[in-house]
Design a protein around this ligand. Structure first.
Ligand code: SF4
Length: 489
């Protein structure tokens, strides 16, 4: 051995213990060059990295006073879950009784009144909340508003920030991306999420918001099918709402078969948050699961891909009941992907987000997207910054296989569609202004996302308080982004 290899070996060998070259060869302390069989025994993982396998099980709901005598058969009945859902402060108080401090209940009563989104939570959701620390609980934060934690809306927020209605050629159908369409055949959900992007339309009217209509009638549905059939370029249809959990089995079949019959529709996704908030429906509503399976099987026979998209945000949403429900869908050959929203106090730390991703993967639900929280009315305290998404993505990537690693995206306000959070044209971190381009969706346009103002430094918060100053900041960011976009074009 001579030259650079020997020189390198000499340099590394001064400790007298030999050097391994990483290619199956090594040089010993005396300079002999030989082959080795390398064994790297990785130490056992220990309990912490396996935390994702530890799921809440048993009759956990019995800690809630109103469910103390509810047996498993009743708790797993999806009809009972729907009927017992909580919609008013009085129902909440009657259910959780003395387990929370009365000041929290007063706070929640005012939160219900000031929320733009109607409240509806299933007993399953109520039972997964830790009521000994309700302010911090990641599930409570998503569904039950408390007035004392609310922040003023961002001054640039609009009710339909994604402009879904502007991209709707017929009522209840959004056609934004060239090859995809979003069909919204109903306005109800098994629960109502405080952060819902579609709060302009979902659920009943509230004191603050009169809801827009989606495609509610068979005539609306037919108009949507006709439009999709008339547009040769549409290959992929998302059926959402509302939540397809709420569709009667006959309507799952009707919609599924109508879309499968359109030759150029190759892919369909039924969107439901149901697995996260009422997983027992998969165990006890056989007619619904059979209808879904029928559409999936028919699609497979036609060479078309029909899947379910669901929506988990907290690892605490995944229990033994969820695992059983996921197993049913897996056994039936139904692919399920999960989309998450990045929510402050829910999943915006590395531990919660990595645990969520690992837990989803453990039960065969594929983590697909993590969305930056949209600019939604009444939930400013739940939003995070673009930078936080970038930082979290680093924690997640590499932790598990790439196909189970979600892409972190910003659904660009104004209808730019989903952009990789890293792909901004310009990001003014100091003032919380990120500008994205979407050349394949809306060429030549720029889309601006705003970090929550309370996450900025005090001097930046002061600038946002002055309308003329904030207009100038936004204008400058767009000009800088435009300059970069033009240079790249
Ligand atoms: S389930 Fe989906 S559509 Fe319904 S309120 Fe939640 S986020 Fe909105």
């Amino acid at each position: 051995m001579s030259g650079p290899v020997r020189a390198a070996a000499d340099r590394r060998n001064h400790s007298g213990v030999g050097t391994y070259f990483g290619n199956g060869t090594a040089i010993g302390p005396s300079g002999d060059f030989h082959s080795v069989v390398q064994t790297h025994l990785k130490p056992p993982a220990g309990p912490a990295p396996l935390e994702h396998r530890s799921l809440l099980g048993g009759e956990f709901w019995r800690t809630i006073p109103a469910y103390a005598n509810v047996d498993e058969r009743t708790f797993l009945d999806h009809i009972w879950q729907g009927r017992q859902s909580i919609k008013t402060p009085d129902e909440l108080f009657a259910t959780i009784g003395d387990v929370v401090d009365p000041t929290f209940l007063d706070d929640a009563r005012e939160g219900f009144r000031r929320s733009p989104m109607a409240v509806r939570v299933s007993p399953y959701v109520v039972a997964t909340i830790d009521w000994t620390r309700p302010y911090d609980d990641p599930i409570r934060r998503q569904f039950i508003p408390v007035a004392s934690r609310m922040l003023p809306d961002h001054p640039r927020l609009t009710l339909d920030s994604l402009h879904e209605r502007e991209d709707a050629p017929v009522q209840g159908l959004t056609h934004r991306y060239p090859d995809r369409a979003l069909f919204l055949p109903l306005q109800t959900c098994p629960v109502y999420c405080r952060f819902c992007t579609r709060s302009y339309a979902i659920g009943p009217d509230t004191e603050l918001v009169e809801k827009s209509a989606l495609a509610k009638t068979p005539e609306h549905w037919q108009a949507a099918f006709d439009y999709i059939a008339s547009r040769e370029e549409i290959e992929d249809v998302v059926i959402s709402g509302g939540d397809t959990y709420q569709l009667a089995p006959k309507n799952i079949t009707l919609i599924g078969e109508a879309l499968l019959a359109i030759p150029h529709v190759r892919r369909m996704r039924f969107a439901t948050k149901g697995l996260a908030v009422m997983p027992m429906k998969i165990l006890t509503d056989t007619a619904w699961v059979d209808a879904l399976t029928g559409v999936v099987d028919k699609g497979r026979a036609l060479g078309k891909d029909v899947v379910v998209h669901t929506h988990f945000n907290s690892p605490n949403e995944i229990t033994e009941i969820t695992r059983r429900a996921a197993d049913v869908l897996f056994q039936r050959g139904i692919t399920v992907r999960s989309q998450s929203v990045l929510i402050r106090g829910v999943n915006d730390d590395a531990h919660a987000m990595t645990l969520l991703v690992k837990r989803l993967s453990w039960i065969n639900l594929h983590p697909y997207y993590v969305y930056l929280h949209d600019l939604v009315k009444g939930v400013e305290e739940l939003r995070t910054t673009v930078q936080s998404a970038i930082d979290l993505e680093k924690s997640v990537r590499g932790m598990t296989a790439g196909f189970n690693t979600p892409t972190f995206v910003c659904d660009a306000p104004g209808g730019g569609g989903k952009r990789d959070v890293h792909s901004y044209e310009y990001y003014d971190r100091e003032n919380g202004i990120a500008v994205y381009a979407a050349p394949s969706v809306k060429p030549g346009e720029l889309f601006v996302y705003f970090d929550p103002i309370d996450a900025l430094a005090p001097d930046a918060q002061a600038r946002w308080a002055v309308p003329a100053v904030r207009d100038a900041m936004v204008h400058e960011a767009v000009v800088r982004a435009g300059g970069k976009a033009a240079a790249l074009a």
